[in-house]
Design a protein around this ligand. Structure first.
Ligand code: SF4
Ligand code: SF4
Ligand code: FES
Length: 345
């Protein structure tokens, strides 16, 4: 009971979604609330890591009192809003939008190895049974077959101008290596002076590849294994390079490693990787890869051995340095990721 002089607690604001009142916190978009409610609102230009953009309009919902459907990814919720997420009219609207999007896409079927989000367009075309021939006409996009970098395929024939690549490069990688030039049918994803990626500020982190929903940007290294028979299996792991410990999903077919995806829920990287973690996985199955410790024998040659022997030899060598030159002669560094192992030993 409210005592005299006490203030009434502020009412929790709600929006009404498909007939149910749903509480929200200030600043949330309609799309974020719908996602929380497990509403299957489709998106194409949306990436939860990026600022809302509102380019594709696929996430439209009916908002009571509004003349037209509104894009849920860019509309902030206000108390008392009433929205409908999947009326017949909204679904028809989305289908037409999909048909416009795919009218100039030469290829909707894309190999899964192309990238993390590469199946999004295909999945939506199937969901809406979009007629790809309904809006035939001019085609935009111009593939950069001349970009012979070893990592990123730039097949802009498949581009739908969602700008996720440009935005992830700016907002996540902080690189601004790519941008958009021209407008309408002449819109192009470009580097400065419209050159090659290797002549730009690109770090080849691969984030643009992983957010592209059409395969217009694709992982050249992984696609080399497209013909390896078998289903793709994903195994959660940690990048073996530096001490940051980025989470990755290793892609394999049978016993062959065929690609790497960044883990969007990786606590250290949240979907980001560097060029090594993303593309430099060839060493795993390289013929020259060391598979056992090696120690140099009396003959001056390296010989395979077991870990106990190798560690004993290393310890003896370090001890000899200390005995001969004093303890200041030794300096050691360890990766942050080694700490837990040392502590539990
Ligand atoms: S290349 Fe891919 S991510 Fe970039 S704008 Fe085109 S479709 Fe979108
Ligand atoms: S690879 Fe990374 S740095 Fe290069 S264009 Fe793509 S997002 Fe930007
Ligand atoms: S996902 Fe909302 S406009 Fe593209």
């Amino acid at each position: 009971m409210i005592q005299q002089g006490q203030e009434e607690p502020a009412a929790i604001p709600t929006v009404n979604i498909d007939g149910a009142d749903v509480p929200f916190t200030g600043g949330e978009t309609l799309y974020e609330i719908c996602s929380r409610q497990k509403k299957d609102v489709p998106t194409l230009c949306y990436d939860p890591r990026l600022d809302p953009f509102g380019g594709c309009r696929l996430c439209v919902v009916e908002l009571e009192g509004a003349r037209n459907p509104v894009a849920s990814c860019t509309t902030r919720a206000t108390a008392g809003m009433k929205i409908r997420t999947a009326t017949e009219a909204i679904e028809r609207h989305r289908r037409t939008l999909m048909e416009l999007v795919v009218s100039e896409n030469r290829q909707v079927d894309v190999d899964e190895l192309a990238g993390y989000a590469s199946q999004e367009l295909k999945t939506l075309v199937e969901r809406y049974d979009a007629n790809r021939g309904r809006f035939q006409g001019r085609q935009s996009g111009q593939s950069r077959d001349d970009d012979d970098n070893p990592f990123i395929l730039r097949d802009y024939d498949q581009c739908i101008s969602c700008y996720r690549c440009v935005r992830v490069c700016a907002e996540q990688e902080g690189d601004h290596a790519i941008s958009v030039m021209n407008r309408g049918f002449d819109t192009r994803i470009t580097t400065e002076f419209n050159g090659l990626l290797r002549d730009s500020d690109c770090t080849f982190c691969g984030q643009c590849v992983q957010t592209c929903p059409t395969g217009a940007l694709a992982d050249k290294k992984a696609l080399k294994h497209a013909d390896v028979p078998g289903e793709i299996e994903k195994t959660r792991s940690v990048c073996p390079y530096c001490g940051v410990g980025c989470s990755v999903d290793l892609l394999s077919k049978g016993d062959k490693l065929v690609g790497v995806l960044p883990a969007m829920d990786g606590p250290a990287n949240e979907g980001a990787l560097c060029v090594k973690g993303q593309f430099a996985f060839g060493f795993v199955q390289h013929d020259d890869r060391l598979k056992t410790p090696m120690v140099r024998g009396d003959d001056g040659e390296l010989h395979a051995t077991d870990w106990d022997h190798a560690l004993d030899r290393a310890a003896a060598g370090l001890r000899a340095v200390v005995e001969c030159h004093g303890r200041e002669a030794l300096y050691a560094i360890a990766a942050g990721r080694s700490r837990r192992q040392f502590q539990s030993d």
